[in-house]
Each structure stands twice: as structure tokens, then as C-alpha cells.
Design a protein. Structure first.
Length: 208
């Protein structure tokens, strides 16, 4: 009985990264279902579980802009994304709270998908896309917010953050890497903008 009470207290604690855990579980669960269904690296399987493809979104399957953020290609793909979420998610969630963290995560993913769609229109070169990397890059964009904030900049020095961000984007710039620069850049911009809005909104409210 005592163990159950302690677990309940831990889960209801505001500092417990509940939404980070929920998003990790959701991504892993979809990956397991993909694997059971056939092969997580199979394009047909990915499309079945909601991956992004320009033609489908254009024909009205707008939900793929979001569901694609929970679909992954292979163990290495989901491992790297979940490692990133595990590394930065708790910091962002603790600082902004669960609701704002959830909005940052989702809007980052949507921003990555929307930029991918826009660039597909411009280039006319379509590919099946999936993964939580847009969401993850949005969360890492919050590091820039921390680096420029008064109360967090000493823990997140700006030079170190900038170097880290450059290193994160390098794989996206490699030709034939199969990594979507558009999704990463869109997620980063969306998450960073949301972070600045929430941070300065809170600062303005505090001054009042």
C-alpha cells in the first residue's frame, strides 16, 4: 500500500516529467506495433501507421502532419530520437510545466511537417517522411531560449548551445543521408518561437 502511495505522489509531483514519459511511451508503442505488423523499415507499414507523404496530405489526409511524428524507420531511428527526448524533455517540462511542454512538443512536430510540405510544393520531389525529430529539434531549440534568458543562461552558456546546435544539424546537411533537413529546421524554428513566447509572456506577467 505504501509503495502505491509513493508512486502516486511521484506521478502527481509537478517536477515529475509526466508528459515526457507519455510521449516516449507513445512513440515506442507505435514502433512496437509497426514491428509486429511487419517491418518498421517498410514504407507501406509506415504509411499504414500515419507517415507523411505529400500526395496523401494534399488529398485531405491532414492528420499525417501529426501522426508522422510518432512513426519511425528502424531501431536506430527511434533510439536516437528517444535518447534526445529523454535528455532534454525533463528540463523543458520542469521549466515550462506540462501544458506548455505539450504545446511546444506538438507544435514543433507540426512545424517540421508543414515546412516539409511547403518545400515539397517548391521542389516537387516527394518522399515518405516520419519520426519525432521535428519535435526533438523543437525541444532543443528551447536551449537557445535558456541560453538567452536571465535565470538559465549560466547553466546553458550560449557558445556551448550554439556549438551543440550546429553539431545537431550537420547530419541533416549530408547529401543522401535520408534525413529531412526541412523537418528538423521547421521543428527547431517552431519550438524556439514557442519557447520565447512562453518565456517572455511569463516575464511580463511577473513584472505586473
Amino acid at each position: 500500500m505504501r509503495d502505491i502511495r509513493e508512486l502516486k505522489d511521484k506521478i502527481t509531483d509537478r517536477n515529475y516529467p509526466l508528459m515526457t514519459a507519455i510521449f516516449m511511451v507513445a512513440n515506442i508503442l507505435v514502433f512496437v506495433l509497426e514491428t509486429i505488423d511487419g517491418d518498421s523499415e517498410n514504407l507501406d507499414t509506415a504509411m499504414k501507421f500515419g507517415a507523411y507523404f505529400y500526395d496523401d496530405v494534399k488529398q485531405g489526409e491532414i492528420y499525417r502532419l501529426l501522426t508522422s511524428c510518432f512513426v519511425h524507420f528502424g531501431f536506430e531511428h527511434i533510439s536516437s530520437n528517444m535518447l534526445g527526448l529523454f535528455a532534454i524533455g525533463p528540463y523543458v517540462e520542469k521549466y515550462f510545466g506540462r501544458l506548455k511542454f505539450t504545446l511546444i512538443y506538438i507544435i514543433s512536430g507540426l512545424s517540421g511537417s508543414l515546412l516539409t510540405y511547403f518545400m515539397d510544393v517548391q521542389k516537387g520531389d516527394y518522399a515518405v517522411c516520419a519520426g519525432a525529430s521535428g519535435c526533438i529539434f523543437g525541444l532543443f531549440g528551447i536551449l537557445l531560449v535558456f541560453a538567452l534568458s536571465r535565470d538559465m543562461r549560466y547553466e546553458f552558456p550560449l557558445p556551448r548551445v550554439l556549438v551543440g546546435l550546429v553539431l545537431m544539424f550537420i547530419p541533416s546537411l549530408t547529401k543522401n543521408s535520408g534525413i529531412s533537413l526541412d523537418a528538423h529546421l521547421g521543428g527547431f524554428v517552431g519550438g524556439t518561437l514557442m519557447g520565447f513566447i512562453f518565456y517572455f509572456w511569463a516575464e511580463r506577467s511577473a513584472r505586473r
